[in-house]
Design a protein around this ligand. Sequence first.
Ligand code: IPT
Length: 997
Amino acid sequence: MCIVYQEIRSFSPGSGDRVRPRGHIATDAASMDLSGTWRFRYSARPDLAPEGASDVDHDDADWDDIVLPCHWVLQGRDDWGRPAYTNVQYPFPVEVPDVPDENPTGDHRLTFELPEGFVPDGGRVFLRFGGVESLCIASLNGIRVGVVRGSRLAQELDVTAQLQPGTNVMHLRVHQWSAHSYLEDQDQWWLPGVFREVELLARPAAGIDDVWLRADFDPETGEGLLIPELVADAAAFPITVALPGLGVAATYASPEEVEALPVGEVDPWSADRPTLYEAEVTNAAETRTLRVGFRRVEIVGHEWLVNGTKLRIRGVNRHEFDPDHGRVFDREKAREGLLLMKQHNINAVRTAHYPPHPEFLELTDELGFWVIDECDLETHGFVFDDWQSNPTDDVRWRDALLDRVERFFERDKNHASVICWSLGNEAGTGSNSAAMAAWLNRRDPERPVHYEPDHDGTHTDLVSRMYATVEEMADMSQGTGAPEEGAPGRNAVLAGRPMILCEYAHAMGNGAGGLSVYEEAFDTLPQWHGGFVWEWRDHGLRHTTSGGQEFNAYGGDFGEQVHDGSFVCDGMVLSDGTPTPMLAEFAAVASPIKLDVWENAMLVENRRHDGDTTDLRFVVVDEHDGRVVSEVEVDLLPVGPAGDSGIVELPDAAQPEAGQAWRTVRAELARDTAWAKRGHVVAFAQVQTHTVVESRTAKPAGEAPAIGGSGRITLGPAVFDARTGDLTSLREVALEGPRLDLWRAPTENDVLGDFPSYVDVEPAASRGAGAPGPSSADQWREAGLDRLQRRVLAVDVRQDGVRVLHRFAPAASQQSVLLELFWQMRDGELVLSADAQPSRGWKGTWPRIGLHFLLPTGLGHVEWFGTGPNESYPDSKQAAVVGRFGGDVEDLVVNYAVPQESGHRGGLRELSLPDLPLLLRADEVNGERPGFQLRAHSAHEVAAAAHPHELPTSTATHLLIDAAVHGLGSRSCGPDVRPEYQLRPRAAQWSLRFTAE
Ligand code: IPT
């Protein structure tokens, strides 16, 4: 077999003069970043790749230019292959270690001048690859220097012997697929290329090759201890380790003399207060600089502590992703993302599912995040064969997996923010994962090892689960129950350990709902330490239709043979970085400052890891009918240390003359911080203080309806169709309807049904044990909610108004809903009292009970007094406050990658559409107010579109006044809408008043 195929199907971790893995630490030694324009040749298969391409004098004149780092499939060239998305399944036949003949291959060549004096006297030069997907055969000046594997792992090769003064030619042959692709089956795009920097590093003779500064903090004494590990030849000594900021320095004359260095009292490092100290490690040849944070990570019983305090993870899973550049790192954009996280009370990141660019961890050290750093390993596709032949349990892969764990650990070991190591994701378990865990435990006894598939906790330190329900969490906490495949009594054993959800609350499309239920579980179940939302950001790739319309492409949009559709778009921010409402919901639910507000007092709980509340100011805002009447700051003694709570009296709230009075308290940053400006809201709470009920006695109707010509009924300014009873206009306004609507354009949580539901439409026994039951969308379609037919039962023109009776029912069904509409004129307003009554026999849930009106197209600005500013649903409304809001109709729905239900806002009082003009008021009925939704498309149009650009031209603006809606849940990957947030078939009433002026 030809040599290249041997490399492609090799289990070896890599070859060449591989340098022992080292930390990514700044140095004053010279380096040369080879990023920039290279020559590039794409070949669809290895055998089509140019022969002799690594030869120094190979003619690359007819090659193309490419700018590294990049993924070649994202360069806008249709003839360079295409991105492909799969989640669990491999995009090629599973036959380890072989991969398809159709193996896209990129040849890269760079001719460069080595600066004079670059190679230190007697020193070495290393060639460092930050990340290449997936197999890279590197040559320098026509000589092969090594084979690099492990796409998101750094690899250094010693190229001193091959480098020459003056002009050099480097050649990299990169194959998209290799045996190691079997280890890299993460839920993301397959994106080949040299996507992180390629650098030349000058290594001085007797330099300091590697440094590990372990920085311990003793929470009892407040003192720090620096424990240096120096990797250098004996000739490199003496070496000085100094922390100038603490006035501490020690010089070690020989390796044997290196010892721990007490540094006295220090400010510890934590995600809340990320204090870092500059450290210098110097000798005659080299100075290395890094920042250390003193902290102690330990597990005591079922508690995971940092600096003696139990951790509370409010985290996200973060992939490296950019809609234009894929996994190419951009420090500024990464920082922006982290700032957005901090601003939304996110304090932790799991680097799903591979080590990030090393500079990302500099940012998490600096800004303050608890990080679970994860190794580049996932073999999820083996699940379909019950994990048979899984690399994690196959001795042929042992070296490669140990090599992976060593490379990721050594690169990142110095980071204060890394408080846990994760072996990878969804790679099953076996002797190799056990060996990886053992290696980490031996090398770093302090930081715990995480690996979620280790369900029995045999070789890891944390008990981790994905998408568990709170009921399962409670079972685990109490040591009772055991998920199906578990050994009997397993939970009882695990209950003595700390627990986290490494993934929960699947943020795909609209949702996930139910965050506050988890928050309560994390706060009350002693073993639980919080969790990581799946996931931070959508991975839609910016793409254009043939007609030139931009959109976020997902699986299938590049013609993939197998793919997993929009499952790659499941973030709390959209692909372009726009936050979704779930992010605001997360911020409201997860705030470590909890406010409980009554009219005259407020309880402040400080649930931070560190620090009191002196960084905050508390502002009390009183509003009457949504208009601010006063705004004052309250004096509050600092609530602290962390864990404390305090109560403060609040000034009296003024009584409004009419309407409602609301009091909102905001905890705002009192000063600018590294992550937000003064005034940024960290927490808020709202309470209704007064309601002055208008005495609206049921006066007799002011005007009696009249039957006009051409089948019309008029009632004041309103005109009705005499046959159907439909309103057709109000003064000049074309306002049509309403029809009863029980349907919504399913969200992705409604559509996907692989996870069990709390809704039992049919007895579980009839489905077979463990089967999840139909998705909500299927159940709703089955019930015919998307195709209700209307029959007019009565249009009754009476002295006191117009009474209309409609029956709604789907074909082939005996179930129906009667809708009674009673229109009256009262005090110059058109008043609608509506009442929906379902027949018996409805099952399951309904997405909504709404009145659907058609309005003209092209409506612009609207204003409302109700909840906002974002959409909200029964299980996702902690971020919603009552107030007056405004916006353009098109901004009232979220531009999810897949069009779906969006834009419902509950608690409506007034809705004003100045373009018509129309003012609609909603009154309370039985203590409830309806919500509203305004959208340029009907639910059917939305449901039929797979991408926003597939939505047809709008023919009407759809106004829904919903008496109730169903929750969101997280069933696209996780629990369905909980019973308390479901909308079960039921009766509903509305009381609406319309004015058109
Ligand atoms: C889980 C994966 O770990 C994660 O990478 C992602 O695919 C997520 O699902 C869904 O988006 S695994 C799943 C089988 C629970």
